[in-house]
Write a protein that binds this ligand. Structure first.
Ligand code: SAH
Length: 346
């Protein structure tokens, strides 16, 4: 397969590339330093290279162009970035005192069509290349002038439909940007026949599967899950949980679960009890996400008291639980909204 960009390559791969260009290997080491440590955007930025090479630009570095930048009151940064072929994607930087989490997209659009999700309303354009994923982290670092500590694949797209490129990007983030793999989370709504395979691929390719897998459950039973997530029809609840167990066995890591809370739909104490039974045995963590309203749907944001009661009911049954704080609500926090707005909300 033809190489599309330099970003995403390791130092050894950059040295090989340099050699193939008839350059001494140390040019590869310089490129590595400028791409990752210095965050070069253009060939002409890399002043240590000979002028002829900088002008020649033998291959794209792999950086995106910024289309829009929104900074919310609480410091959350939302970026709309453009790919080389003119598509746009969203990336979010979420700062706290001791963390900077980058929420990256793995695809432009998404084919999963979950009913509550803005991205799902427009289908899939294409999967992202490894450099397009790594670029999002570098861009947030540059704009916020701070090193990201965590990366979550919770932006646009379904990462398990792009496992290969997602793993390459994770490899690069840990190897070349020095991020701890444990601080990287891959979130999936579940794609049949991909979960145990992801752990196997990670072991084969990276030698470890130390990133965290988060599975979006969103309902305590198959019937309601299918209503919210049409693709769940092809993936029975029990099979999904079985694949999670299999994933744990192969990777040696716990999985965590995500559960969107939709007012008066999946947020009752009885449903919390049913959920606790489903995840029992996983010694797992459930992350509750109060619904961020999107234009196309009538779902309700849950009452804060219902959120607390749901969390308490899980805790009571021994399930570790956290509630995701909604950050940047004034800037269209729900993923995919910024992009849809720009396109006229079609
Ligand atoms: N496709 C993957 C990752 C992207 S979405 C997945 O489904 O897990 C990341 C998380 O945000 C998922 O749990 C998703 O269900 C949730 N999400 C999507 N739209 C949302 C909305 N409007 N409000 C709250 N959470 C939402």
């Amino acid at each position: 397969m033809a190489l599309k960009a330099l970003l995403g390559l390791s130092q050894a791969q950059l040295e090989t590339w340099a050699k193939d260009q008839g350059l001494p290997p140390f040019r590869g080491r310089q490129l590595h330093d400028w791409l990752y440590a210095k965050g070069a955007r253009h060939w002409h930025d890399i002043t240590v290279l000979p002028a002829a090479l900088r002008q020649q630009e033998p291959l794209p570095l792999g950086r995106s162009n910024e289309l829009e930048r929104h900074l919310a009151q609480d410091g959350t940064l939302k970026l709309l970035l453009a790919t080389d072929d003119g598509l746009s994607l969203e990336t979010v930087g979420i700062p706290t005192r001791d963390r900077l989490t980058v929420c990256v997209s793995s695809q432009v659009g998404c084919p999963m069509a979950c009913r509550f999700c803005a991205t799902g309303k427009e289908g899939l354009q294409r999967s992202l290349e490894p450099h397009e994923i790594v670029d999002q982290v570098l861009t947030v670092r540059e704009v916020m002038q701070r090193r990201p500590s965590h990366v979550v694949f919770m932006g646009m797209g379904e990462p398990l439909l792009n496992s290969d490129h997602v793993l390459t990007a994770i490899d690069c983030l840990s190897r070349d940007l020095g991020m701890a793999m444990r601080q990287i989370t891959v979130s999936t709504v579940g794609v049949p026949n991909t979960l145990p395979r992801l752990a196997e691929l990670a072991l084969e390719r990276l030698g470890r599967a130390q990133f965290t897998l988060a599975v979006s459950l969103h309902a305590p039973d198959q019937a309601l899950r299918e209503e919210l997530i049409p693709t769940a029809r092809a993936y029975p609840y029990e099979q999904l949980l079985e694949d999670c167990r299999h994933y744990v066995a192969i990777s040696g890591r716990r999985v965590s679960f995500e559960y969107i809370l939709l007012g008066n739909l999946n947020d009752s104490p009885r449903q919390a009890q049913a959920l606790a039974e489903q995840v029992r045995g996983f010694q797992s963590h459930v992350n509750l996400i109060p619904y961020n309203p999107i234009a196309e749907e009538e779902f309700q944001r849950p009452e804060p008291a219902r959120v607390d009661a749901f969390a308490a009911a899980l805790k009571q049954r021994g399930v570790a639980v956290s509630v995701r704080a909604s950050r940047g609500l004034d800037q269209n926090a729900a993923c995919g909204q910024l992009r849809r707005q720009r396109k006229g909300g079609r």
